[in-house]
Design a protein around this ligand. Structure first.
Ligand SMILES: [Zn+2]
Length: 348
């Protein structure tokens, strides 16, 4: 095409005036598109199909595409040096005649022929070209996203869940904690009842206690008598932190499933982590039993995991320059102590 253009040019110059002539102009080796007093040629642009002025423009709307859209054209083709693509794009923008850019901005030909895209959201009409992403985001969250099935599951089981709190409760948690909490809240942890229902097990009962109860998620992480010593240990800690307010049996059950809520006080991060790591240790102990037939002491497993977690968190925060946060979160109560660089966690 560029060769044809050169040949044609040799026949005499015509000045592009109308919008379609401008849009059809080659970008490179074009005597109208001049940088430092000469035309130029960028092979990488030609390779990805950015050849004519219209290739730099929107299809329906008037105007030149933003750089990000230009860069997108390169990603499938190249190991992109985005800096040089940007520099080249700046050269092209500077070199395009000003009157062309003005015409491309109004681009009346296109405006007349284009379809007006309008969206009606909450009885307000929006022109697609001026639509803010916030409006679209709200539209999707209000109208398109569906509640996860766990919401109806827990409601039908009598739980009145503060979901906003639940989704927010990720403070200081490791990805393993977040992942495990997510699975619990969505009721997607395998248990014997689920396995029985799909004919993998002959019996839905819990194997870790003698209750002959079906092993549901709630049984596994709260009702099973085999985890009673751990629940007692957590209850002692809760009593220390709730001296003024107290707590009910139902609140305790709720926190084992949905996590301890985030509050303003820094030291509640301690309890958030206690609940999160408690359920991981309960589920890990069950997995160990199912795989190897070994029953591990649930309190010992929890303590080891929790102490390691707190130690690692201290080093992590220190490394990030947030050592003072560790002090605020963990040293205002008797469960964690520092001696020089050593952390002692006292949760017996
Ligand atoms: Zn049990």
């Amino acid at each position: 095409m560029l060769k044809a253009w050169r040949d044609l040019r040799a026949q005499g110059v015509f000045i592009p005036e109308y919008i379609n002539d401008i849009l059809n102009q080659p970008i490179f080796d074009n005597p109208f598109i001049i940088h430092n007093a000469k035309s130029f040629y960028f092979q990488n642009y030609v390779n990805v199909g950015l050849i004519k002025v219209c290739d730099l423009c929107y299809n329906i709307l008037p105007g030149i595409l933003p750089y990000e859209a230009i860069l997108d054209s390169f990603y499938d083709e190249y190991d992109v040096n985005s800096k040089s693509v940007k520099n080249q794009f700046d050269v092209i923008l500077k070199a395009l005649p000003k009157e062309w850019i003005d015409k491309l901005k109004i681009n009346s030909d296109f405006a007349e022929n284009s379809i007006e895209c309008q969206l009606v959201i909450d009885e307000n009409s929006y022109d697609l070209s001026n639509l803010r992403s916030g409006v679209v985001y709200k539209f999707f969250t209000d109208n398109v996203f569906k509640d996860p099935t766990c919401i109806s599951h827990w409601e039908s089981n009598g739980f009145n869940v503060e979901w906003k709190q639940v989704w927010k409760s990720v403070s200081m948690k490791s990805s393993e904690c977040i992942d495990n909490d997510f699975k619990i809240v969505h009721n997607i942890i395998w248990n014997n009842l689920k396995l029985y229902n799909i004919n993998i097990l002959d019996n839905p009962c819990c194997k870790l206690c003698n209750d002959l109860s079906d092993e549901t998620l709630l049984h596994m992480i709260f009702k099973c008598t085999s985890i009673k010593p751990l629940l007692n240990m957590i209850q002692d800690m809760l009593e220390y932190f709730s001296q003024n307010t107290g707590f009910t049996y139902d609140q305790f059950k709720y926190w084992m499933i949905f996590g301890y809520p985030i509050r303003k006080e820094n030291n509640n991060v301690f309890l958030i982590l206690v609940f999160s790591i408690a359920t991981i240790s309960i589920i890990r102990r069950r997995t160990l039993y199912n795989k190897n037939g070994i029953i591990v002491n649930v309190c010992t497993l929890f303590k080891r995991m929790f102490i390691n977690y707190i130690k690692n968190l201290k080093y992590y925060l220190q490394m990030k320059g947030f050592g003072h946060k560790f002090t605020l979160m963990f040293l205002s109560h008797p469960y964690v102590k520092l001696d020089g660089d050593n952390v002692y966690v006292n949760i017996d």
